[in-house]
Design a binder for this molecule. Structure first.
Ligand code: BEZ
Ligand code: FE
Length: 296
């Protein structure tokens, strides 16, 4: 019996796969999938992908999925370390002039942090680190203070771990939500964050090691700020003293987000009661863009 299957070349395969989505009723979905086919096929052709390499990639992605759990998101980590998270953030949130720039959310944000009074502390466990007094004002791009803005903050402890990673920390440790008063200011006690490696005991960590990359992030405080009538922003306050500012494993550093933890002697006014070592202060304002001021 004659075989009527014609040899199919790369171009025809790409055209057929692209055309298979032509009937997708959602226009945006159709566009996204057809361009995905074109770009994936273009990549495979470009690099001359071998079957063995493709199988290795499928095994890697399978393990990435299997590493995910309620407490671990290896796919986000993969996106972060490929720079894709920061690219999507830049494309989706171009900062209007003057507004605080956003950066990666990361996998350690947990909704529902304790609501705390302004001026109180996020520290729920002794030994969490060196005290840091964090202050600033939330303003609009017009310079006016934003009353009632909600700050959601989270960071790691001296052992490098976030509470969500560490069963030995109370779940609310170094996490908190604060609401600004009428003058838009915020102030709370925390600890000076420390540099830390992103979780590197899974497939993403192996990828970094195999390619000569380190897993470190420069010390930072996560701050997410929202207020009625303004675009929310998820950002970091980075410690200028970190040696990893120029090689963040997830490409999250922007110069405007770097700040100084100013050291203070124990005897200086404002020192935390009972603390006998150096403590720090950090002052950083947050500027929000009004809704309707979207760029792009
Ligand atoms: C973080 O800053 O918490 C983070 C961001 C990306 C990957 C891992 C951690
Ligand atoms: Fe972080």
């Amino acid at each position: 019996m004659a075989d009527d299957r014609r040899p199919v070349g790369p171009g025809e395969i790409t055209r057929a796969a692209r055309a298979s989505f032509a009937g997708a009723p959602d226009e945006r979905q159709r566009f996204l999938l057809q361009r995905l086919v074109e770009c994936l096929h273009g990549y495979a052709s470009d690099v001359g992908l071998t079957r063995a390499e493709w199988e290795a990639a499928v095994a890697f992605l399978t393990e990435t999925g299997q590493t995910c759990s309620e407490r671990r998101q290896e796919f986000i980590l993969l996106s972060d370390t490929l720079g894709l998270s920061m690219l999507v953030d830049a494309l989706d949130h171009p900062s209007p002039t003057g507004a605080t720039e956003s950066t990666v959310l990361g996998p350690f944000h947990v909704a529902g942090a304790p609501l705390r009074p302004m001026g109180s502390s996020t520290v729920e466990q002794d030994g969490s680190g060196e005290p840091a007094w964090v202050t600033g004002t939330v303003r609009g791009t017009d310079g006016r203070p934003v009353a009632g803005a909600l700050l959601d903050v989270w960071q790691n402890a001296a052992n490098r771990l976030y509470a969500v990673q560490d069963a030995a920390q109370p779940p609310g440790n170094l996490r908190g939500r604060f609401r600004t008063g009428t003058d838009g200011t915020f102030a709370f006690w925390s600890v000076r964050p420390v540099d830390y490696p992103i979780p590197d005991d899974g497939p993403v960590g192996r990828l970094l090691a195999a390619t000569g990359r380190h897993p470190w992030r420069p010390a930072h405080l996560h701050v997410m700020v929202s207020a009625p009538g303004y675009r929310p922003v998820a950002t970091h306050f980075f410690d200028r003293a970190s040696p990893y500012l120029d090689s963040d494993a997830v490409f999250g550093v922007k110069p405007s987000l770097v700040a100084d933890f100013v050291p203070h002697a124990p005897a200086e006014p404002g020192a935390p009661p009972g603390w006998e070592g150096t403590w720090y202060s950090l002052e950083k304002d947050v500027v929000l863009a009004p809704l309707g001021d979207e760029v792009g």
